[in-house]
Write a protein that binds this ligand. Sequence first.
Ligand SMILES: [Zn+2]
Length: 516
Amino acid sequence: MQIALFDTTLRDGTQSEGLSLSVEDKLKITRVLDGFGIHFVEGGYPGSNPKDVEFFRRARELRLRQAKLTAFGSTRRAGVAAASDPNLGALVEAHTPAVCIFGKSWLLHVTTVLGTTAEENLAMVGDSVAFLKAAGREVVYDAEHFFDGFRADRDYALATLKAAAAAGADWIALCDTNGGCLPSFVAEVVAIVKQTVPTRLGIHTHNDSDLAVANALAAVEAGCTMVQGTINGWGERCGNANLISIIPALQLKMDRRCVPDENLARLTELSRTVSEIANIRPRAHAPYVGASAFAHKGGAHVAAVEKLTTTYEHVPPERVGNQRKFVVSELSGRGNVRLRAIELGADARGLEKEVLARIKELESKGYQFEAAEGSFELLVRRTKPGHAAPFEMLDVVVISERRRGNEMFVEATVKLRVGDEVVHTVPRARARCTRSTAPSTRRSSRTTRSCARCSSVTSRCASWIPRRPPAPRPGCSSSPAWGLIAGAPSASPRTSSRRAARRSPMPSSSPWCAPG
Ligand SMILES: [Zn+2]
């Protein structure tokens, strides 16, 4: 059975605290959703703000392959003819193939929020749907607070749906607007509605009880064929139903078709791309798509997964475009070491026991190797018989200073022995003393930048350390703006990374001082 996916990231999702999308962002996300195979993309509320009006104006130029762009609004106001209602007019002016309007199902809201009568509310629902149908739109009617309304007054809540159905609504979406329902109640109510109303049903759930996904899936099992939700579950308060979790559940576990299988394999990409556009950090522990969703850490688990992945994985990660990962820590077994080394392009065969013992010893002292791929890789390499270090670090001196009227400077000098030669590296950093621009210790220790023009950082002086900022090299008129020196590529509880560990410790030659 085919399920229609109705994405409301651009409307309900943007009601999430801390999430704001520009018109450009919304256009990009619309294209991404369309490319993935979402059926309805709710773009915004054209009657509520100029940004959404501009979005719908510019969205007309999008060549969407599948998604029906949908404008969102509400039923007409009480006592106003539908044709005279400015919000309904704005919906038509949005020129979208589909519109979604919400109306009241809960008498409490009818009387206390709208301040009108039960009868007028029914007329508002019917008139609004009929008006939009007459304008040639596919109409999705969102029955706001339907489950709460049903609990309070079943007959009235159902009467609102009948009004929408009689007026020609194409879809009726039942909303758990306050997010307080349990899956069993949702399923029971959907089954009753299905027997009462002939219109295709959708489900719109919120996550206030951490059950939005479960409630949406229960509704599908009970007969809904449209699921409304947002990418990554963003939404007001605790969020909306997370389409990123719902889509694979429907397709891989409930035999409901949503998107082609090849698109499902881009689910992780979809989640992360939309996060990037929205400038929201992806959640590592997000089901299906998080960086940790298929990370195996316990030694016994890794040993089992090495034999058969289904022992500790509910779906194959590649079906949703994610990757299996083996984490190395004091909880590891030999399999973690072996498999993680292979992932990093190193060979730890025969060394597992020795490497593991060293990791456990270091972690007992406070080191962490989970995210320190570089340190782990070096540890493996150093454990190999015959390993020779490419250099020896002799001394490090770091000086930070601020002179009158100038910015903060940080100067680091590192003395290394490379073969028979002793060298100093003397990079110079100009750090701004603001939170927003000063790199963190962890980050800066991985970062090497060079002068934009001359790019040199090394002194081949065995003993002399410059006390003043050096003159730029010939042809370089810029003030030297050096980045911080790369962290020493040894195992560290906080500074290791594959990139840092692999960075050459020997920058190019320097004009800063003559050989001493
Ligand atoms: Zn909602």
